[in-house]
Write a protein that binds this ligand. Structure first.
Ligand SMILES: Cc1ncc(COP(=O)(O)O)c(C=O)c1O
Length: 384
């Protein structure tokens, strides 16, 4: 089937990013590739084999459906960890499949114990503790009751991890709060250790914590955005810039290129309005290229009169409003141009580049949001 646009996902870029993360964390901690949000828009089915090639054997998802997709896309035996949503009635199936999951409340923990007992198996759990993010996690006050449950059900639980999540390690203004979280996590660790509860791995770090707080590396780091080639924030980059090798000041490489082609060309006369309403009036005669990508494809409406694309290696501005399925760009300055010519929405063409950051900055979206809005239906092709 033909689609209106396509994505290319670079395997070598992912390998380079993982190698960079490895160079920061040393050989001990395991790297878990965070592939929630359809692998941050890159496609779980594409990302899993790419990550396997890069030496990754551990994957983190938000939900059970994503975990099953990782399993279906795996070509080797991987560990798969659900950090968020699952339905309680799925737990027996997840245990059978060997899929690991976070427990952050008694209901889920008790259901896991009950299901493991009746299956005569062990549920592979990660105990998430609340240290300050205030989304999910057992509270400090829960520790005694939690301890009893873990002690009394040792034979049905495989304690894969003790974990927490930081509330914005990518921004220096949050760092005092992150430090409090680090300290509280340490208190939880000591409490369980003193009570002879052993977890296979301690883990807390996302990309920003991994890059900025070496003490959070512990046994495993959960790497999302930096694996895909983006700094969690510009500030993260600024904070570690001086530690980067002078010959390679930006070791993170974007994996993603988003391409389409010109659907048709349109001549517009000076004074005419373009598209819905009156947001753009031509001040001279113009040639417009109509591009078959709109907000239903993840090309945000806030790029109306604002975004730009690459055609024939040149930047071409978006004219008028972004429609559901199409957008007009000004190609008046290009000499030879035809329907079918390649259009780059994100990526390189000739000497120029449209980065996700520039795209996201213009549209007021952070990288994370822009990436995960790319619909799953856009075909994704793995390239070197
Ligand atoms: C629990 C958890 N761990 C790790 C990550 C990965 O974060 P990042 O993409 O910043 O590396 C996320 C993403 O938000 C998360 O929710």
């Amino acid at each position: 089937m033909h689609h209106t646009s396509s994505l290319e996902i670079s395997a070598s870029a992912y390998s380079q990013n993982i190698a960079f993360i490895r160079s920061r964390i040393g050989s001990k901690p395991l790297i878990s590739a965070v592939v929630k949000g359809n692998a941050y828009g890159h496609g779980i089915a594409q990302l899993v084999p790419i990550a396997e090639q890069a030496g990754v054997q551990h994957f983190s998802t938000f939900s059970s459906d994503e975990a099953r997709e990782v399993l279906a896309s795996s070509t080797q035996s991987n560990e798969i960890m659900i950090m968020g949503m699952l339905h309680l009635e799925e737990i027996p199936d997840l245990i059978q499949l060997g899929i690991q999951f976070f427990v952050f409340d008694y209901e889920r923990l008790e259901k896991a114990i009950e299901a493991a007992k009746s299956l005569e198996k062990k549920a592979k759990i990660h105990v998430e503790v609340e240290t300050g993010f205030r989304r999910t996690g057992f509270e400090w006050e829960d520790r005694e009751k939690l301890l009893k449950l873990l002690q009394n059900n040792e034979s049905n639980l495989e304690l894969k991890g003790l974990c927490t999540h930081f509330a914005g390690a990518e921004s220096a203004q949050n760092h005092p709060r992150i430090q409090e979280q680090i300290d509280l996590f340490e208190k939880f660790r000591i409490f369980f250790a003193e009570n002879k509860i052993e977890f296979e791995r301690l883990h807390t770090a996302c990309s920003a914590a991994t890059l900025l707080f070496p003490e959070t590396h512990l046994d495993l780091v959960r790497i999302g955005i930096s694996g895909y080639g983006f700094w969690p924030t510009r500030e993260t980059f600024e904070l570690i810039k001086s530690q980067l090798p002078p010959e390679n000041r930006n070791p993170l490489k974007r994996l993603l290129t988003w391409k389409t082609q010109i659907m048709s060309l349109k001549q517009v006369k000076s004074g005419e309005f373009v598209g819905y309403g009156k947001s753009f009036q031509a001040s001279e005669d113009m040639t417009l290229a109509i591009i078959p990508v709109g907000y239903s494809h993840g090309y945000g409406r806030n790029l109306s009169n604002n975004g730009r694309v690459l055609i024939a290696g040149e930047y071409c501005p978006v004219i008028g409003t972004v429609n559901m399925n199409a957008v007009a760009v000004d190609v008046s300055q290009l000499a030879e141009i035809r329907a079918g010519d390649e259009v780059v929405l994100i990526g390189n063409q000739g000497k120029n580049e449209i980065t996700v950051a520039s795209f996201a900055e213009t549209s007021d979206l952070i990288n994370y949001e822009m990436l995960t809005r790319l619909p799953a239906q856009i075909p994704r092709k793995i390239v070197d």
